[in-house]
Write a protein that binds this ligand. Structure first.
Ligand code: FAQ
Length: 318
């Protein structure tokens, strides 16, 4: 293709984005658009799958049958989100094996938040309330993202995340209104998950390398800092309601801005976790690589069965 032809295609593509049209898998798209989407969508899929581990760890220790059923359903939803997102990413021409390989070798990232340990039952409440709460704030705008398969996957994902957020908040509410020991557990979980949840929304705007381009493509609709502020403004009144204290002595309502001012985030900690040196990075990757290896016989059996069925159907047809 000549340079002029590419320029023409690019102009048509940009006009489609401008008109809020969805870009579909077989449409022409700039190579950088394709690569950026593979990066973000696959990292999102990996986050869902790795994100099953901290909570999966508590299914057998849930305090009642009702809690166990809800947690089991939540973790299954996360598996489902990962699978839609992997399928949606495959439409951009990358195979699932390649994506897994990138996760297992550390070439692809997944959300920093899942590298923290889940120490008590109250962490199940804090994850649902804060981590799913932050995830919804980040993901609702993605329902309008320009790439069709991603936008459509996000609609169902967001509905399920809302249920997750509520089940987490309900756990926190019950603990906060329980015995002093239960309230302490809830406060301790909030203390440990608050700052990592703020970090999860990505680096501050001045250090975010992709935001500008992603905004132009309508992959991102809001910047990391705007989403973070929205999350804080939404969550602080919820903590007040259940009598828990946000672990930030500088948190203060700012009348003029109509938002909360908050204390400094430890960005060194964030980058350490992103680079692989968080409390559980090694454990998480070990669990995923182990699951991939142990699942080999299942994949082989599924493929052999599919082949057998295909042959049967072919023989019937001829
Ligand atoms: N952790 O230029 P930006 C969930 C990386 S799903 C690790 O700002 P971007 C559901 C970033 O990749 C949670 N790395 O990047 C659930 C880039 O490095 P790269 C996941 C991070 O893409 C709940 C570099 O820093 N959600 O929670 C993080 O414009 C409960 C520069 O950053 C999604 O993936 C981080 N937190 O903005 C499951 C949503 N932040 O790739 C289980 C979709 C940034 O060049 C239990 N993703 N980095 O090597 C997004 O919206 C964006 O990708 C952001 C980052 C906002 C995460």
């Amino acid at each position: 293709m000549s340079e002029e032809q590419i320029k023409n295609l690019e102009a048509q593509f940009n006009a489609r984005i401008e008109r809020d049209e969805k870009i579909e898998p077989k449409d022409w798209m700039p190579e950088k658009y394709r690569k950026t989407h593979i990066r973000q969508m696959s990292q999102h899929a990996h986050s869902e799958i790795v994100g099953m581990l901290p909570e999966g760890n508590w299914i057998t220790r849930a305090p009642s049958l009702r809690r166990k059923v809800a947690l089991l359903a939540k973790v299954q939803d996360e598996a489902g989100h990962g699978l839609y997102l992997y399928s949606a990413t495959e439409t951009l021409g990358i195979s699932r094996e390649e994506m897994y390989e990138q996760l297992h070798t550390g070439k692809a990232k997944y959300s920093s938040i899942f590298n923290y340990p889940t120490l008590t039952w109250a962490d199940m409440g804090a994850i649902g309330w804060l981590v799913d709460g932050a995830a919804i704030i980040n993901q609702v705008p993605l329902c309008n993202t320009s790439y069709g398969p991603y936008a459509r996957a996000m609609i169902r994902v967001c509905k399920e995340e809302s249920f997750h957020q509520r089940q987490g908040f309900e756990i926190m509410m019950k603990l906060a209104k329980g015995t002093p020991e239960q309230k302490d557990l809830a406060q301790d979980a909030l203390n440990r998950w608050w700052w990592p949840s703020l970090m999860m929304l990505g680096p501050k705007d001045e250090e975010s390398i992709h935001t500008e381009q992603s905004m132009k493509w309508k992959l991102k609709r809001k910047s990391n800092d705007d989403l973070r502020q929205q999350f804080i403004d939404q969550t602080v009144p919820q903590a007040d309601l259940i009598g828990l204290t946000i672990p930030d002595p500088e948190l203060k309502w700012n009348k003029e801005r109509g938002s909360y001012d908050f204390g400094p985030i430890n960005w060194d900690e964030f980058w350490q976790v992103v680079k692989g040196y968080g409390p559980c990075n090694k454990e998480r990757i070990k669990a995923r690589v182990g699951a991939w290896k142990e699942g080999e016989w299942v994949r082989d059996a599924a493929m052999a069965y599919a082949e057998k069925q295909a042959n049967k159907n072919f023989n019937k047809a001829v």
